[in-house]
Each structure stands twice: as structure tokens, then as C-alpha cells.
Write a protein that binds this ligand. Structure first.
Ligand code: PAF
Length: 280
């Protein structure tokens, strides 16, 4: 695997390649990321991964400084897995040689709800860096994880509206046996919090069970789910049931008619904020 830190080196390695499959990450790689690389390998050649902790997508009181930076361990994992041909690990100066005054604005109703509401500027930061990374890598295929469900929808929408020649593929969330979704932020959890963390997914499963039992009262379902987590000591940002197609709240009739749904949750355990979702 070649490890490159500049856009010029990246372009030199990828010259003439038309089937690049790309996996953008912020590093601290775990099995979930490695699954994305494997999917990329099935759909393109060569596979390019990036590791860049993007300052633009962190709010002033978020964990940008704390975010785990483990480049050598990440390189070792990628070398062992043998799916990636080029790892692009740029510096902040390389990605943002001047203040990034052009930014991708995200659509109202998608970019400013849920994560966008809790983390103002987050999706603008993600979209802007993804657009820049796409411009550097010029992939035919890009792979994202479904754990960041709304991010996946924002990126897809951006590619559609800007008519980017990139097929965005999604990989299912990889979970521990307990149900806890793998995330780089899990490493912030204390032992005690780690034991409680699977409650978030359990709560989403309870939402699914209510739907499957014929309940169509969304407000009641959301209230029950949020209360269940709050009683366990979580600080809940949202616990909500939405339509898969546009993340709007489904009408009861739509639920009865079998509308594809997704339960999404974001909540803090101590100072660690976790997100998860479950398609229904
Ligand atoms: O999901 C992530 O790791 C990041 O948001 C991404 C897509 C790499 C952009 O920085």
C-alpha cells in the first residue's frame, strides 16, 4: 500500500485510473471501516482510502482536538487487510491551504434536521470536505457506512444535484455482539458506559417491535423510546421515527401502508455522544 500525504502524489499514483473506489474516513480504523474497504474492492480497482480529521465538520465545543489520531496503527491494519492500494493522509494545510470560504450549503429539510440541528454546520463541513476529496481522488464509486445514515443521504443528494459521476454505495452498520455499533468514539466510553452503550440499539429495536406490533402513533413511540433511554441516564438529543426516503415524519396511514421507515437516535452517555439507526 502506498501512503501519500499530498494531492500531487495522489494524482501521480492514480493517473489514468477510471475505476477508482474510494473510502473516506477520519481514521482510528475499526472493523466497520475495514468492511467498507472490502466492499470498495468488490466494486472498483484500485481502492483508495483517506484519513483526514476534518476540522470543518466539528463545532467549537466538539471533540476535534480529542479525536483519536492513530495513523501508524491504521496503516498497519490496512496493510494487513490488503484491500487498499493508496492511502491518502493529507495534513490540514494540504486540504485547506487557505481559509475555506467556498462551502457546500446543504438542503433545508435534510441538512438542518436531526444531526444538522444538533450540530450546526456539521453537514456543510462534511459535504465540503467530501466534495474536495472527490475532486482529489476522482472516484467512480465511493463507499459510506449506514451508521451515519443522514450523512449518507446528504452525500447522495449532493452527488445527484451536482451531477457528480460518483456512485455512492452504502455498507450496513457493523456491530459488536452486544448490538453496539462500531464507532471511533466508543473509545471515549468508560467501562461502565461501555456496558450501557448497547441500550441505544436496544431502544431502536424496541421502536421496530412497536411498529411490527401494529402501533402507528409516532409521537407515542418516540416518547416511549426517549423516556426509556433517559431513565437509564442517557441525555437524549433525539429518538425518532422517520421515512427512509426523506427523513420526514411518517403519517399513520403511511406506516399502515408499509412505508419504509428508519428509527434514528442520538444520545450522550456521560460526555460521549453516540448515534445509531435501524431500518424498518
Ligand atoms: O464519516 C466520516 O468519517 C466523515 O464524516 C467523512 C465522511 C470522512 C468526512 O470527513
Amino acid at each position: 500500500m502506498k501512503v501519500v500525504h499530498t494531492i500531487q502524489e495522489l494524482r501521480d499514483h492514480l493517473q489514468g485510473q477510471t475505476r477508482v473506489a474510494f473510502v473516506p474516513t477520519m481514521g482510528n480504523l475499526h472493523e466497520g471501516h475495514l468492511a467498507l474497504m472490502r466492499l470498495a474492492r468488490q466494486h472498483g480497482d484500485p481502492v483508495v482510502a483517506s484519513i483526514f480529521v476534518n476540522p470543518l465538520q466539528f463545532g467549537p465545543n466538539e471533540d476535534f482536538n480529542q479525536y483519536p489520531r492513530t495513523l501508524q496503527q491504521d496503516i498497519d491494519k490496512l496493510e494487513a487487510a490488503r484491500d487498499v492500494y493508496v492511502l491518502f493522509a493529507p495534513s490540514e494545510k494540504e486540504m485547506y491551504p487557505e481559509p475555506q470560504s467556498f462551502r457546500i450549503d446543504t438542503p433545508k429539510g435534510l441538512g438542518d434536521i436531526l444531526e444538522g440541528e444538533c450540530r450546526p454546520g456539521f453537514f456543510e463541513g462534511v459535504s465540503t470536505v467530501v466534495m474536495k476529496l472527490f475532486s482529489c481522488v476522482q472516484p467512480r464509486v465511493a463507499v459510506f457506512g449506514k451508521k451515519d445514515y443522514q450523512q449518507l443521504m446528504v452525500v447522495r443528494s449532493m452527488c445527484r444535484q451536482f451531477q457528480l459521476p460518483v456512485e455512492v454505495m452504502a455498507h450496513e452498520t457493523v456491530r459488536e455482539e452486544s448490538g453496539l455499533a462500531l464507532s471511533s468514539r466508543n473509545r471515549y466510553l468508560s467501562e461502565q458506559e461501555k456496558a450501557k452503550a448497547p441500550q441505544l440499539y436496544a431502544c431502536l429495536q424496541a421502536v421496530r417491535a412497536q411498529i411490527q406490533a401494529g402501533c402507528t402513533d409516532v409521537a407515542q413511540i418516540e416518547h416511549d423510546a426517549a423516556q426509556r433511554l433517559a431513565l437509564e441516564g442517557w441525555d437524549v438529543d433525539y429518538l425518532t421515527l422517520r421515512r427512509q426516503r426523506d427523513l420526514l415524519t411518517p403519517e399513520s396511514d403511511e406506516i399502515k401502508a408499509g412505508e419504509a421507515l428508519v428509527a434514528l437516535g442520538a444520545a450522550k452517555l456521560g460526555s460521549t455522544r453516540l448515534i445509531d439507526n435501524l431500518e424498518i
